[in-house]
Design a protein around this ligand. Structure first.
Ligand code: DC
Length: 229
């Protein structure tokens, strides 16, 4: 790593719909930190593969194409952006096709290697240029930033997660949303490379019965404690 920044890193992992994105954004805004949604990077790469006719279920084809798209992330928590080859894909990457196929793409080791490298560069740039960054995903506490002073594993019951995600994507079919969440959790937790796991030194936060404001307040408190240590 080149830049020697001093900004704080707050690493957040958790399954889909656990509330980690809203929490990460809220914490970043409250502390004037940058914000990185690493899931959006896996989604952007998946979008590009689908758009270019790459067979996303063939790891060899996926690996051969990893370096072709240029993925650019905007890290302002008030207006995060994601672009592929200069094209804004923020809406496209939330569509059903990408959501269905992103777990297959993100299980390919070459994909993880490439995106983790970019994520570390973004983190180092933020640490050098700002007060720090909140990074969320599945392997942030374990692989991307294992030395982060604040490491969190955010969970919620499958029912609560399905309710939240259904609201986000504006569907009334909560049962189908829940089935899809569980399917993706299983894929993301059981893959050979960097599966979603909680390390012993990450604080687990079950957000099932909590409001977003309560969760953000808890994380801010943990960040404060980490900085006075
Ligand atoms: O957080 P999300 O649902 O937008 O993430 C989309 C997918 O990307 C998710 O199914 C697993 C994968 N992912 C990953 O493998 N590692 C990360 N750090 C973030 C997301």
């Amino acid at each position: 790593m080149s830049a020697q920044g001093t900004g704080i890193v707050i690493a957040i992992d958790g399954p889909s719909g656990s509330g980690k994105s809203s929490t990460a954004k809220g914490v970043a805004k409250a502390r004037a930190l940058r914000y990185l949604d690493t899931g959006a990077m896996y989604r952007a790469l998946t979008w590009w593969m689908l758009h270019h006719g790459v067979d996303v279920h063939d790891p060899v084809s996926v690996a051969a194409n990893v370096e072709r798209p240029i993925i650019t992330m905007g890290t302002d928590p008030d207006a995060p952006t994601v672009a592929v080859d200069g094209r804004d894909v923020a809406t496209a990457i939330r569509g059903k096709e990408v959501t269905t196929n992103v777990s297959a793409v993100s299980a390919v080791p070459e994909v993880r290697e490439s995106l983790v490298r970019t994520q570390r560069e973004i983190i180092e740039a933020a640490r050098a240029e700002s007060a720090g960054i909140v990074v969320e995903g599945r392997d942030i506490t374990t692989v991307v930033a294992p030395d982060a002073p604040v490491k969190l594993f955010i969970t919620a019951s499958a029912e609560a997660r399905a309710q939240r995600r259904s609201k986000e994507v504006q569907t009334v079919d909560v049962a189908a949303t829940q089935a899809d969440l569980i399917r993706r959790d299983e894929l993301d937790s059981s893959r050979a490379h960097s599966p979603l796991t909680r390390t012993a030194d990450a604080t687990e936060l079950d957000t099932t019965g909590l409001t977003l404001a309560e969760v953000i307040a808890l994380v801010l408190q943990l960040a404060e404690e980490a900085q006075v240590k």
